[in-house]
Design a protein around this ligand. Structure first.
Ligand code: MF3
Ligand code: CO
Ligand code: CO
Length: 270
């Protein structure tokens, strides 16, 4: 989401978190299903088609389709998933004109709606074998997500997450996008709290409480952190044209600790 939501934080009951477990599991299964179509020559529209087929077969719908743009930016999102290739930071729009080629990196971001609850997860995948610098960026971005998740503690602060992510990203020589943040998620796609992936300094952010469900979704750039938005009002690219990668999980803070909801059956979070 872009950095502007000011809603109140909704704490979910154990029964509601169970609904989010189902949505999160479905999102993870869907993500890997869509990714199984990746190979040189496939278009990003082919991936969107695979996503629509998967949700339709199961009676789910897709959060992105028709999602309204921010204040002052016309046009709702025209596809069912986001596909962000190479220097695209996020919100890439699937297109039959966009053919994937050997060595590309692509973030696939899925957000199915399951019985009224939103699952939200994304990963950056390789098309064939990427050059070593792309591989290093993608691996570091996944590690940023891991470190962000490990920083989540009941009684801690939302701010701890961005601090952990930014510290690691900078150590690796990369920068952290500030124009888009993680977000509370549930029956509403994007709600409070905002979850910055960078260190916000004195503004420590809300305390982390039991019942919170939110995403962490760092976008990490090979060059500078600035982004710009294309004239389609959605596609965000790096201002310097260098590569960007992203990984996203939805997590819940429960009586058993921090639970990653967007894993496939049998997956473990490492
Ligand atoms: N899934 C994205 C997120 O992680 C949001 C996509 S909304 C869209 O928050 F409208 F851009 F598709
Ligand atoms: Co999200
Ligand atoms: Co997402």
């Amino acid at each position: 989401m872009d950095a502007k939501s000011r809603d109140r934080i909704t704490l979910l009951s154990p029964a509601e978190i169970d609904c989010m477990r189902k949505a999160g599991r479905a999102a993870a299964e869907m993500l890997w299903h869509v990714a199984s179509f990746l190979k040189p020559g496939v278009t990003t529209q082919d991936l969107d088609d695979a996503a629509v087929a998967w949700t339709t077969e199961r009676g789910h719908t897709n959060g992105p389709l028709g999602y309204p743009n921010g204040v002052g930016s016309p046009g709702s999102f025209p596809r069912s998933i986001c596909t962000s290739v190479n220097h695209v930071v996020c919100h890439g729009i699937p297109s039959k004109k966009e053919k994937l080629k050997e060595g590309d990196i692509i973030n696939i971001d899925v957000s199915p709606i399951v019985d009224g609850w939103f699952g939200d997860t994304s990963r950056t995948f390789f098309v064939g074998t990427p050059p070593p610098h792309a591989q290093k960026l993608v691996e570091a971005t996944e590690e940023c997500l891991r470190r962000g998740i490990r920083a989540v503690k009941e009684g801690g602060r939302i701010n701890d997450i961005g601090k952990a992510i930014e510290t690691y990203a900078h150590e690796q020589g990369f920068s952290v996008v500030e124009d888009f943040v993680g977000h509370g998620v549930g029956r509403v796609f994007h709600t409070a709290p905002q979850v910055p992936h960078y260190f916000t300094g004195a503004k420590r952010g809300p305390r982390i409480e039991r019942g919170m469900v939110f995403t962490i979704e760092p976008m990490i750039n090979a060059g500078r952190f600035e982004t710009k938005t294309l004239s389609d009002h959605w596609t965000a690219i790096t201002a310097d044209g260098k590569l960007s990668a992203q990984f996203e999980h939805t997590i819940a803070v429960t009586d058993k600790g921090v639970e990653v909801l967007t894993l496939r059956e049998g997956d473990t979070f490492l």
